[in-house]
Design a protein around this ligand. Structure first.
Ligand code: ADP
Ligand code: MG
Ligand code: MG
Length: 188
């Protein structure tokens, strides 16, 4: 969570820039606000278990981010935290499957699927490649984010633009790729 907050802070401006042509130019600010709250929580009142950290982080995102991304990422983390339960330690395999459950929950909440030009275009290939390695997951998520450029948006604000959403990279898919890069960094 600390690494995630750092990478989001570093890239916030770019995320907001990506959200200007096909959104409302707030994705970087939304993510930054959310992850500042998460980092503070982890520092001041760290939960005792990995599952507890994910659940509390999800709760912070939901309560501190106004935009669509808050409830979506918040649900991902809360669902993943629930899957880990109160185990004091978790294996890489348990983390992978918990994140898989979290990504499924995003699709359920958003009524979205890969190909809609959303964060799921990075999250789904990212989670699938976790079976190989954390590095492979980061690469797959980055590839998924880049692949949103030629897609027509079917969900979220960008979908209001119809054809005009084509040719722009989805901000949420980009932040998802950043989160996978933070995970890969920490896993080293
Ligand atoms: P808002 O659109 O409310 O301003 P953000 O700018 O923070 O929220 O987040 C926008 C991102 O949220 C989009 O780039 C997209 O990746 C993601 N998103 C929006 N709607 C959905 C959805 N229904 N399913 C999955 N992801 C979505
Ligand atoms: Mg926005
Ligand atoms: Mg907004």
């Amino acid at each position: 969570m600390t690494a995630a907050a750092a990478v989001i802070d570093r890239e916030a401006e770019r995320l907001t820039e990506l959200d200007s042509p096909i959104g409302d130019a707030d994705h970087g600010a939304n993510m930054q606000r959310g992850f500042v709250a998460v980092a503070k929580m982890v520092e001041t009142e760290p939960p005792a278990t990995p599952g507890g950290v994910l659940t509390a982080a999800g709760r912070q995102l939901i309560s501190s981010v106004g935009g669509a991304s808050g409830p979506l990422y918040g649900t991902l983390l809360r669902r993943a935290g629930k899957a880990l339960g109160d185990a004091p330690q978790v294996s890489a395999q348990e983390l992978r499957s918990a994140l898989g459950a979290g990504v499924d929950a995003v699709g359920q909440l958003g009524g979205s699927a890969p190909g809609d030009k959303t964060m799921l275009d990075a999250l789904v290939p990212g989670v699938a490649a976790l079976a190989t390695s954390f590095d492979a997951a980061a690469e797959a998520a980055e590839g998924g984010a880049l692949a949103t450029v030629p897609i027509l948006a079917r969900k979220g604000r960008a979908s209001y633009l119809g054809e005009r959403s084509i040719g722009h990279q989805d901000p949420g898919a980009t932040s998802s790729a950043l989160l996978f890069s933070a995970l890969a960094e920490v896993a080293k």
